[in-house]
Ligand binder design. Structure first.
Ligand SMILES: *[C@@H]1O[C@H](CO)[C@@H](O)[C@H](O)[C@H]1NC(C)=O
Ligand SMILES: *[C@@H]1O[C@H](CO)[C@@H](O)[C@H](O)[C@H]1NC(C)=O
Ligand SMILES: *[C@@H]1O[C@H](CO)[C@@H](O)[C@H](O)[C@H]1NC(C)=O
Ligand SMILES: *[C@@H]1O[C@H](CO)[C@@H](O)[C@H](O)[C@H]1NC(C)=O
Ligand SMILES: *[C@@H]1O[C@H](CO)[C@@H](O)[C@H](O)[C@H]1NC(C)=O
Ligand SMILES: *[C@@H]1O[C@H](CO)[C@@H](O)[C@H](O)[C@H]1NC(C)=O
Ligand SMILES: *[C@@H]1O[C@H](CO)[C@@H](O)[C@H](O)[C@H]1NC(C)=O
Length: 643
């Protein structure tokens, strides 16, 4: 949990003592926790804060983040002067100016500095824009109780969804189902909503942030941004514990009966799971923080932690291994509902991050799934996109193509910078990297990037490439080979988008197109009652990571080009949006207008449902309820994208 006010952190740190420069001894703070499974908050904190602030490292880090955001972050200017948009919560962030402030502070530890940089990018509420210091994402912090939000007795409440009693012996399993009335002496709903607004960088829609910090059905399955959930962090929380007032169901009653015992208050600590490969501070640093360059790797550096696919990623910064310690789920599952709903199919679309070796099988499975629907005479289909963090943009195209044969080109553009011009030119010369995959109406080769146009963004005039769309030839070929199914039996009104708003990036672009171009209605799930809700988040466009950008520079022999970013001095990576996407079906004249950027639009859901005790943790029940709404035509398309 980060404080919402950077200036407050900065000022309070002026009063803090400066670190002693001593290096690790055998009894250092990291040695104290090494080898343990679990550490207390203060033990974990002492190890993480062991490493002193180093101005040289800080200056280098800030220079790299500033250079990338100034040159390549597509929303850098609009983020500093964002438009006011009904239903979205957007605070202005001048990234460069905020970095200046961070740079001037005498931080108490390297951790405090690194997390301040991460926080400032989080404030932009674009999940593509991330700074992730590897050194300070190794401990996993848990609150032994996990919360969700349900409608109970007509009222939206905060509820104990789940108790983790393996971490803290005082946790009691029978707190499950207790209503949380207060947290830290505020009413629980107020605390949670504030937290969603101020501490979750997932989305510009507060309903999505609300769902994201809660333990919804996807919590232990979906993509894990590792950031800032209420009860689960990969970074040091800013307080040691929380006070919860619980109101538990009377013995023998169910929560939904809302009969309660006298409330009581418990103080619940953050508990840390300790990473296992270090023995003291020196080895912690060496293992998780230091950048290793051997003479060999200097000649042939590798920037990637793992080999990442050379695809067009529209994806949040993903830790891949989720909080339950398993890989994320299958890409898509095709399910038939039972009983009276046996004519309803569900496609649970969990991820578009289809790796290239899985592509053929993905298409095969997809075809088989649709054939199965056809054979079972499925009349209506629910597309459940909840918890889908995006992936390969072309996999998204494939999905739309399968239902609507062809989709109109979807225009986007890339921010101009001299460095990227050099990259694009060299890419065409060597015929390699993703930079040659963009299609433009009016140009060939590198011209799409070099022939710039200028648009107003925020208070600035900013140069962009020509409008481009993405070439997905290899996927289109896969589609041509798999014409074994017939989707024309399902009209748009037989389909329904179901999403808790945690449908980001490629997923967001896919659902926006399904809704705005193909008229598929959308149901928003959860969030805060009384608010209009979007069904997608961070639809900015395409994202890049420093590690993959450096790999591209390397394969184009451009690592030493003036202006090329350097790797971070400490192990860290950064992600940012570099291609911006517009609302579909725009008249040509509206192209380039910041009003039409999908990232800065509120495309609201047509209808809404909330969780109850009965269905909050049971997707099957939830799908049945959604099915009956779909059958009864209770989620009709609202004109103007639900505005
Ligand atoms: C700060 O980091 C730099 C680069 O890693 C290193 O050369 C320098 O010795 C460090 N300074 C201190 C005071 O530790
Ligand atoms: C951020 O603030 C600085 C200093 O006030 C200003 O020069 C710069 O133009 C601002 N950046 C944007 C993108 O508005
Ligand atoms: C709840 O009631 C059952 C019997 O009705 C009893 O066995 C059990 O001990 C009670 N639990 C508590 C916590 O009082
Ligand atoms: C294809 O479906 C099978 C069976 O459901 C599943 O085990 C496998 O992981 C799927 N493969 C892909 C690439 O989705
Ligand atoms: C590109 O060309 C297509 C086909 O002529 C046209 O429909 C589309 O509007 C053009 N797009 C732009 C951005 O000029
Ligand atoms: C696809 O299904 C529709 C409706 O069931 C039918 O009218 C059409 O002929 C089918 N098309 C093909 C190519 O089988
Ligand atoms: C959950 O069930 C309740 C009835 O208990 C229903 O009113 C609500 O719409 C359901 N929510 C979802 C998301 O299906």
């Amino acid at each position: 949990m980060f404080s919402s006010n950077l200036f407050a952190i900065a000022t309070s740190l002026l009063l803090a003592t400066l670190p002693s420069p001593g290096r690790a001894q055998s009894s250092d703070a990291c040695a104290v926790v090494a080898g343990k499974q679990i550490a207390t908050y203060s033990e974990a904190k002492a190890c993480l804060e062991h490493f002193p602030y180093n101005q040289t490292i800080a200056d280098e880090t800030i220079d790299i983040v500033r250079k990338i955001t100034d040159d390549m972050y597509i929303f850098n200017e609009i983020a500093a002067h964002p438009p006011k948009i009904d239903g979205l919560s957007i605070v202005p962030v001048n990234i460069s100016k905020s970095l200046d402030i961070i740079q001037k502070e005498p931080w108490k530890s390297d951790r405090a500095f690194q997390d301040a940089v991460a926080l400032i990018l989080d404030k932009v509420h674009d999940a593509h824009l991330v700074y992730s210091p590897h050194c300070y994402r190794q401990f996993i912090f848990w609150q032994p109780i996990q919360l969700n939000s349900v409608i109970r007795d007509g009222k939206q409440i905060v509820n104990v969804a789940y108790v983790k009693d393996d971490l803290w012996s005082e946790a009691k399993k029978d707190w499950t189902g207790c209503e949380v009335t207060h947290i830290d002496d505020k009413t629980a709903m107020e605390m949670v909503v504030n937290y969603a607004v101020n501490n979750n960088g997932e989305s510009k829609d507060v309903n999505t942030c609300f769902n994201n910090i809660m333990n919804s059905k996807d919590y232990f399955h979906g993509w894990d941004d590792g950031a800032d959930d209420l009860g689960y962090h990969r970074f040091l929380p800013d307080q040691e514990n929380h006070r919860y007032t619980l109101q538990c169901p009377k013995n023998g009653t169910k929560p939904e009966e809302a009969k309660y015992d006298e409330p009581f208050t418990v103080t619940i600590p953050w508990v840390a799971e300790v990473p296992q490969s270090f023995t003291d501070a020196d080895s912690y640093w060496d293992k998780y923080c230091a950048v290793h360059t051997s003479p060999l790797s200097k000649r042939s550096p590798t920037f990637q932690e793992d080999t990442i696919e050379e695809t067009h990623i529209g994806q949040s910064f993903d830790f891949s291994i989720n909080s339950a310690g398993t890989r994320t789920r299958d890409y898509t599952e095709f399910l038939l509902l039972d009983g009276p709903d046996s004519d309803i199919g569900v496609i649970d679309i969990q991820s578009f991050s289809v790796s290239s070796e899985d592509k053929t099988e993905f298409v095969k499975n997809f075809t088989r799934g649709l054939q199965m629907f056809e054979q079972n005479n499925v009349k209506k289909i629910i597309f459940d996109f909840s918890g889908n963090g995006g992936g390969d943009a072309c996999a998204g195209e494939f999905f739309i193509n399968s239902f609507f044969n062809s989709t109109p080109d979807y225009y986007s553009d890339v921010k101009y910078s001299p460095l990227v011009e050099t990259v694009v030119e060299k890419a065409f010369e060597k015929q390699t990297t993703k930079w040659i995959d963009y299609k433009s109406n009016h140009s060939q080769g590198a011209e799409w990037f070099k022939e710039t146009t200028t648009y107003d963004r925020g208070n600035a005039q900013t140069k962009f490439s020509q409008p481009v769309s993405l070439s997905c030839d290899s996927w289109n070929n896969a589609f041509a080979d798999s014409n074994a199914f017939n989707t024309s039996r399902w009209k748009a009104s037989d389909l329904l988008i179901l999403s808790d708003g945690r449908c980001g990036s490629t997923c967001a672009i896919v659902v926006s197109r399904l809704r705005l171009v193909h008229d598929v209605p959308a149901l928003g799930l959860g969030g805060i009652r009384g608010n209009r809700m979007q069904f997608a988040s961070f639809p900015g466009g395409e994202s890049e990571r420093l590690s993959s950008f450096l790999t591209d520079l390397q394969s184009l022999d451009l690592l030493d080009t003036p202006g090329a970013p350097k790797p971070f001095p400490e192990r860290a990576d950064m992600g940012w949006t570099f291609r911006e996407v517009y609302r579909p079906n725009l008249p040509g004249t509206d192209f380039g207008n910041e009003k039409n950027l999908l990232e800065y639009n509120n495309v609201a859901a047509d209808c809404r449902m909330f969780y109850t005790d009965e269905n909050a943790s049971d997707p099957k029940k939830l799908w049945h309820q959604v099915a009956s709404l779909l059958k009864n035509g209770q989620c009709p398309l609202v004109q103007n994208g639900g505005k």
